[in-house]
Ligand binder design. Sequence first.
Ligand code: SF4
Length: 195
Amino acid sequence: MTITEELINKINVCTKCSLHKGRTHAVPGEGSYNAEIMFIGEGPGRDEDLQGKPFVGASGKLLTELIKSIGLSRDDVFIANVVKCRPPENRDPLPEEIAACWPYLDQQVRIIKPLLIVTLGKHSMGRFLPGLKISDVHGQPKRAKGIFNERQVYLPLYHPAVALYDPRKKDILFEDFKKIPLILKQIKKSKNDIQ
Ligand code: SF4
C-alpha cells in the first residue's frame, strides 16, 4: 500500500473528532500528488459528503470552471479541505475539529509539496495566514512559513460558495484566478517580489 492510500484509508475510518458521527463519507481530497497547486477549502458540504469527493456540488462546479479558466483541469491540481468530514448544517468547523484534522492536511502538503497553496475562504486562509482579513488580501500572493518550507507562497481567495450568491464576488474570483499562472511563473523563477 502506498503512503497516499494509507492516508486515505486512515481518513475514511477516522473518529478523532465528533464530525465523524454525522458523515456519510469522509472526503480526503483528490487530484494529482505531483500537483504544483493545492486548493484548500473549509469542509465538505452535502454533495461532497454523499460522494466522498471534494467540491462536487454547486460551488465545486464553479471551482472546476475557475480551474479550467486558467487552462488546467482538476486532475492537474490537488483539492482538499481543512476538515475532512461535513460539519452539521454546513456550520463553520470548530477550532478543536480543525486541530484534530490538521495532521491529515499537514501530511498531504508534505507529500505533494505544492509550489502554491490557494486557500478558499476565510477559515482556510486563517489556518495558514492568521490575522488577515480576506476582503483586504484576496488575490494577493503572500509568502509565509509553510509546512515543509519557510517561504511557502499562499494565494488567499474567496470561497466559491460565497460567489454563488454574489455576482460581484464571482467576477472578483475569476479576476483573482487569472493571476495564478503569473504567480506560478514568478515562484519558478524564484523571484522575490512576492512578499
Ligand atoms: S473531520 Fe478529520 S479529525 Fe474529524 S473525524 Fe473527520 S477525518 Fe477525523
